[in-house]
Design a protein around this ligand. Structure first.
Ligand code: PMP
Length: 401
């Protein structure tokens, strides 16, 4: 009965990782998937995570019962404060709620499902061009038509703010606009505070619904508050909105799937109703979320001392990535590599959008054993003092070919 099922293509980024792993070349470099690596190129278990995990597993009360449908209450409440700020009026007024999710992806998925049920079926979702590869699939799977708004100005290697604003102005009223809260993936280019105000203005004029995707809070600048500034500005402006929070990158808890959908409504009663519907959606989709990672994060974000340690460790990760941007830039300059490379130091977060063409990327893979996405995006975390010069030389050769 399944003879007509076509073969689905592999996911490009996970496929790239598999190819990297299969390559026997000793000095291969993995700049594909967005996962933090330390100076030795190894995954980093944050010391604060080790500490919190020891507390979790050492708790004599620990059991493996189901969590409630919406997850761990302490985690949800604290997660809302992490993104909106402990002093957020929306929190004080009881009109912000959080639903624990299967990381950022799950938060986007349950948020999308809610919107499909409770917004006009004809509502269009707008995602940036380019964006994280999964955005389109998540919203299409929820039944939405997905359009794009311009984001990247290839010539200027920066944000196409005019194109972005024009597209949001031209979008049908009450569209859903997916916005990267910080550290835009894949470009590493974020709007400035003034540009965020312009975006908010258009969203207000057109009654659009902002759906923030926040996968890198603390990772972009090293500061949780600074990286939440855009979301908080929209809340201060009086928007109702969703934020998909991921704790994959900022805690290094990728495989534990810890996330939260934070909802800000105008009134507490509305927030409660939305929360009840998210519970209904979650129940049918996953019944209830996993406990282990949420317990770890919860320990940290409900404790002032651990919270301070976490922020120092975020700064360690963000700082190492910044140092690698500088090192790559310096090497390219010393090599006199044709082209301008200033964008590498100007961009922020996990990724750099190099501007290398798909053909150049393929040559890097085939001839230099350097694995990167075909759109020229590199995960800066894959670089370290031991390989950055080799990578710069490889880029130099490829650009000159
Ligand atoms: N949004 C963006 C922009 C991302 O880059 C990612 C991770 N690559 C996610 C969401 C979701 O990741 P996760 O489901 O692991 O939280």
């Amino acid at each position: 009965i399944f003879r007509n099922v076509p073969l689905a293509p592999p996911d490009p980024i996970f496929h790239l990782t598999a190819n990297y792993k299969a390559d026997p070349f000793p000095d291969k470099i993995d700049l594909g998937i967005g996962a933090y690596r330390d100076e030795a190129g190894k995954p980093w278990i944050l010391p604060v995570v080790q500490k919190a995990e020891a507390l979790v597993v050492g708790d004599p009360q620990l059991d493996h019962e189901y969590l409630p449908i919406l997850g761990l209450k302490a985690f949800r409440d604290a997660s809302v404060r992490v993104i909106l700020g402990a002093d957020s009026p929306a929190v004080a007024e009881g009109r912000a709620v959080g639903a624990q999710s299967i990381s950022g992806t799950g938060a986007l998925r349950i948020g999308a499902e809610f919107l499909r049920r409770f917004r006009d079926a004809a509502t269009t979702v707008y995602i940036s061009n380019p964006t994280w590869g999964n955005h389109r699939a998540i919203f299409e799977d929820a039944g939405f038509a997905v359009q794009t708004y311009p984001y990247w100005d290839a010539a200027a290697r920066g944000l196409d703010i005019d194109g972005l604003l024009a597209a949001l102005r031209a979008a049908p009223q009450q569209s859903i606009i997916v916005l990267h809260a910080c550290a835009h993936n894949p470009t590493g280019v974020d709007p400035t505070a003034a540009q965020w105000r312009q975006i908010a203005e258009v969203c207000r004029e057109r009654a659009h619904f902002p759906f923030f995707d926040c996968a890198y809070q603390g990772f972009a600048s090293g500061s949780l508050d600074r990286d939440a500034a855009a979301v908080r500005a929209f809340v201060a402006d009086g928007f109702e909105l969703f934020v998909a929070q991921s704790y994959s990158k900022n805690f290094g808890l990728y495989g534990e799937r810890v996330g939260c959908l934070t909802v800000v409504a105008h009134e507490p009663a509305v927030a409660q109703h939305i929360e009840s519907q998210l519970a209904k959606i979650t129940r049918a989709m996953i019944s209830n979320p996993p406990s282990h990672g949420a317990r770890i994060v919860s320990r940290v974000i409900t404790d002032a001392g651990l919270m301070a340690q976490w922020q120092r460790e975020l700064e360690t990760m963000a700082g190492r990535i910044r140092a690698m941007r500088q090192a790559l830039f310096t090497h390219l300059q010393q090599l006199g590599t044709p082209g301008t490379w200033q964008h590498i130091v100007d961009q922020i977060g996990m990724f750099s959008y190099t501007g290398l063409s798909p053909a150049q990327c393929q040559t890097l893979i085939d001839q230099h054993h350097v694995y990167l996405s075909s759109n020229g995006r590199i995960s800066m975390a894959g670089l370290n003092e031991g390989n950055v010069e080799r990578f710069a030389r490889a880029v130099d050769q490829v650009v000159r070919q």
